[in-house]
Design a protein around this ligand. Structure first.
Ligand code: FAD
Length: 414
């Protein structure tokens, strides 16, 4: 090695692993140290609520890189080690056990952790959360026993767990305070489609209600809802969102607000310290505001972007948010960001469960979901990036190819 600098990445999951890969890919030949609190080498989480949870895919399928990758690329992988202290003035980290580790550049990819439900009985055995591969193993082992599961929260994780549990033949009840699943992101019209899909598969959807308490002697046996029901169960899975893991950054005095604040080049408020993935609340050039994205594609792309920034590149991270979900035989992709909207336009019949829905604000497409319709992400991105008024009748018209509505087709928006 000709470079004697040390670049450290704290958090060995998707964003961290892809950043380490990029440092080497870009030719950095100083030391790269990837520190991770988990014992597993970096892995991907999406299968943990889907095929891995159902036992349809083995452990080898979830890893970001094969086993030899880190040694081959001289990436020092420190697993089962937690960074417990950060001195940004002295450019030094403290690992559990007291070891100190100096750095020239540091990337924080500490991710997010499940929000906990604090109601009576929340600590009972059988009340589970899902974030890690160990959590997924524990849940799968419970699903193998069959019985009745109550899922608290109809967000993405809760909805996918409900679908997987149902596919494994368990009786499933979902409790969700909103009026439809995924309401905050999808709104009532598209959320209702997901409600119906679950109902069609035999899931009992208890909407507009919450959890009052979990009850049982040593393990959870019943859920009491806020509208006065008592549901017997063998198992509860809580999926009520995640919180960014900011303790380390906060203790070091980095600027925080719903995550670690970073600029368009993913630089934190401390010199030489960067952040990416679920933990980063990043200034987005397209939206002109900060956005924290808790999805796979963001970790996949922002990790490498942060690595390039660590190396002195000045590109701005400006990918549109994108995520996917699989429930039963329904696959979807969502592109864009729609905190509010005026109208939802459907292209294709939602009842056929093969459609695109566009969220329109001020006559512009701001986001879209494609459900069981594929290879449309590029024209959707172009429509959003164009920020041009669209004709909703043409958008809905299946006879007009989507590509011809996207702006770089013959130079203008049709
Ligand atoms: C079950 C499940 C299913 C999902 N499905 C989808 C999906 O279908 N589509 C989609 O778009 N997204 C999905 N996601 C979200 C996606 O997995 C996350 O956005 C992604 O994992 C974020 O990656 P990350 O590297 O930023 O953080 P994380 O994956 O949270 O990893 C952070 C890592 O940092 C480690 N760490 C934290 N603090 C320290 C410290 N102080 N010292 C050392 N290590 C530390 C943690 O142990 C962890 O390993 C899913 C998530 C889960 C849990």
């Amino acid at each position: 090695m000709t470079n004697d600098q040390t670049y450290v990445i704290a958090g060995a999951s998707l964003a961290g692993a892809k950043a380490a890969e990029t440092l080497r890919g870009e030719g950095f030949d100083g030391e790269v140290v990837l520190v991770g609190a988990e014992d597993e080498r970096p892995y991907e989480r999406p299968p943990l609520s889907k095929e891995y949870l159902r036992g349809e895919a083995g452990r080898e399928k979830v890893y970001v890189h094969d086993e030899g990758f880190y040694t081959e690329h001289e990436i020092e992988l420190r697993l089962g080690r937690t960074v417990v202290g950060l001195d940004t003035a002295g450019r030094e980290l403290v690992l559990d056990g007291g070891e100190r580790l100096g750095y020239e550049r540091l990337l924080l990819t500490t991710g997010a952790e499940p929000r906990r439900l604090s109601v009576p009985g929340a600590e009972l055995e059988g009340v589970l959360y899902l974030r890690s591969v160990g959590d997924s193993d524990a849940l799968r082992e419970r699903l193998d026993r069959g019985g009745t599961v109550v899922v608290v929260g109809a967000g993405w994780i809760g909805s996918e767990v409900a679908a997987s549990a149902r596919q494994r033949g368990l009786d499933v009840t979902v409790i969700e305070p909103a009026s439809v699943p995924l309401e905050r992101v999808l709104g009532p019209a598209v959320g209702a489609i997901y409600r119906d899909i679950h109902t069609d598969h035999g899931v009992q959807m208890l909407l507009g209600t919450g959890v009052e308490a979990f009850e049982g002697h040593t393990r959870v046996e019943r859920v009491r809802t806020s509208d006065g029901r008592e549901l017997g169960c063998d198992l509860v899975v809580v999926g009520i969102g995640v919180e960014p893991r900011t303790a380390l950054a906060g203790q070091a005095g980095l600027a925080l607000d719903n995550g670690i604040l970073v600029d368009e080049q993913l630089r934190t408020s401390a010199q030489g310290v960067f952040a990416a993935g679920d933990v980063a609340n990043a200034q987005h050039p397209f939206y002109g505001q900060r956005i924290r994205v808790e999805h796979w594609a963001n970790a996949l792309n922002q990790g490498p972007a942060a690595a390039r920034s660590m190396l002195g590149h000045t590109d701005r991270y400006q990918r549109l948010p994108y995520f996917f979900s699989d429930q039963y035989d329904l696959g979807m992709e969502y592109t864009g960001y729609a905190p509010s909207w005026d109208q939802v336009v459907f292209r294709g019949d939602p009842a056929s469960r093969e459609f695109i829905a566009f969220w329109i604000a001020a006559e512009r497409v701001v986001a879209a979901i494609n459900v069981n319709v594929w290879d449309v992400t590029d024209p959707i991105k172009r429509l959003i990036n164009a920020r041009q008024p669209v004709d909703d009748r043409r958008l809905a018209d299946l006879d007009i190819p989507l590509e011809t509505l996207a702006p770089d087709h013959k130079g203008s928006l049709a």
